[in-house]
Design a protein around this ligand. Structure first.
Ligand code: SF4
Length: 342
């Protein structure tokens, strides 16, 4: 069955024409869906009744079912666990910032990358999401929570660059004037460092923000946290990130989860400063939430502060990420895993 959220306007025009409807109806339909948030064919009163009946039969507007909705006590974070048409589930999180609403999307069901700290990888990789299923995650928030959207981050479950074609198609689709008209500067993607696809993304002509999960300053340590280091060593990841900056002019962000006794010593900070000295990058330090299952714990405030202070003293641009939604299992994959393991 065709999926309206997986269609560009040109594709919808072709769909309509092959079923004896007028091409220009695609403009009206996109306007209803993306500008007016009307999601029922019956309510699209500008369409002839006959067209509406055909569309109801051939192109039902299907939203993922909400299995759970969690809201943080401060009301700033809302997390949805969504059920897809085949019964698989994905998580999507809305974060309300001073500058506007940001939605964190999943790009795959499960993940094959298997980072030590991540719940998403626990039950393995299941399948890629289509571009339409990523659009549907945004539209579920627009329908059920709020239509206001400032930015998106593809940082939920999955490694987006291992679902490259669908992820790029998705970003191009929501950039279109007829859909959400979201600027590329309001889109960010986080990768574990899939080097060949980082080069492809640099050549794609879509200057989004690239975030790279680094989490350690050398291969030996990074391998313990991110086994993908065996395939893509730190030096290759940094080279690809440099290329991305040269090609797009967009400063690359390096995410660095702070784990007590693992990667936030002064020696690690020194190595990091040596890697990045003089480079126009940003390090986003994120203290881990205590994870008793895998025995990884949040460092003390003192350890966090001295790690950050060391880097700042060495002229490295570093921020400490404000944590949102830790009370509602907003860390990647937690809610989905909890449900699957019930
Ligand atoms: S952190 Fe991201 S890349 Fe790593 S296992 Fe989790 S979802 Fe996959």
């Amino acid at each position: 069955m065709a999926d309206i959220f997986d269609m560009t306007k040109t594709e919808l025009q072709e769909f309509l024409v092959t079923r004896g409807m007028k091409k220009f109806r695609a403009d009206q339909i996109f306007h209803y869906i993306y500008k007016q948030h009307i999601f029922s064919w019956d309510d699209m009163v500008l369409l002839p009744k006959g067209d509406r009946e055909k569309l109801k039969a051939d192109l039902p507007i299907c939203f993922p079912e909400i299995l759970s909705k969690l809201e943080s006590p401060d009301g700033q974070t809302v997390k949805l666990l969504l059920s897809l048409h085949d019964g698989n589930t994905v998580e999507t999180v809305l974060m309300m910032h001073d500058y506007g609403n940001s939605i964190c999307l999943s790009s795959q069901v499960g993940c094959a990358v298997n980072c030590a700290f991540c719940a998403s990888a626990k039950n393995g990789f299941v399948r890629n999401l289509t571009a339409g299923e990523m659009v549907a995650q945004l539209m579920a928030f627009r329908k059920y929570v709020t239509p206001e959207l400032h930015s998106i981050v593809i940082m939920g479950t999955g490694e987006p660059l291992l679902n490259y074609d669908n992820v790029v198609r998705f970003m191009k689709m929501i950039h279109e004037k007829d859909t959400l008209y979201l600027g590329y500067r309001n889109m960010a993607l986080s990768t574990s460092g899939i080097v060949p696809r980082m080069y492809d993304l640099a050549d794609e002509g879509i200057p989004i923000t690239l975030a790279v999960s680094l989490h350690a300053p050398n291969d030996e340590l990074r391998r313990r946290i991110m086994p993908i280091t065996d395939t893509y060593p730190v030096a290759d990841v940094l080279k690809a990130a440099d290329h991305y900056f040269q090609k797009t002019g967009r400063k690359v962000t390096f995410e660095y989860i702070l784990i007590q006794g693992v990667n936030c010593s002064t020696a690690c900070a020194r190595e990091l400063a040596e890697l990045f000295g003089g480079k126009n990058i940003l390090i986003n330090a994120i203290p881990i939430n205590d994870n008793y299952d895998v025995g990884l714990y949040r460092p003390s405030a003192g350890e966090i502060n001295s790690f950050i202070a060391y880097l700042q003293k060495r002229g490295i641009n570093v921020t400490l990420r404000r944590e949102m939604g830790s009370q509602i299992q907003a860390a990647c994959g937690q809610l989905r895993i909890k449900r699957e393991n019930i």
